[in-house]
Design a binder for this molecule. Structure first.
Ligand code: ZN
Length: 86
């Protein structure tokens, strides 16, 4: 498993969501830390990615690529994700 920062997911999230979510601010459910998703810790494996809080190490977000062409995103540790309008 490779340890990277949130920037590693920029292209992948832009492909799936249509925008670069790593430039968005997030808030950790567990410790309340706020910061850009790009600054979180990302672990990449063949199955997908796990994003952890850089403050408390809680799992913020998971991304799994299924073999049928679908991807599954979980956000178990995010209280909020910033969305920008127009
Ligand atoms: Zn945290």
């Amino acid at each position: 498993m490779t340890r990277l920062d949130g920037n590693a997911l920029a292209g992948r999230l832009a492909d799936l969501m249509g925008w670069d979510a790593t430039a968005s601010e997030v808030r950790c459910t567990h410790c309340g830390m706020r910061g850009l998703l790009a600054t979180a810790v990302v672990y990449i494996s063949a199955m997908g990615a796990v994003v952890r809080c850089r403050s408390c190490d809680a799992v913020l977000l998971t991304l799994v690529d299924a073999s049928d062409g679908r991807s599954w995103m979980g956000m178990p540790g995010l209280t909020a994700l910033e969305l920008r309008r127009g």
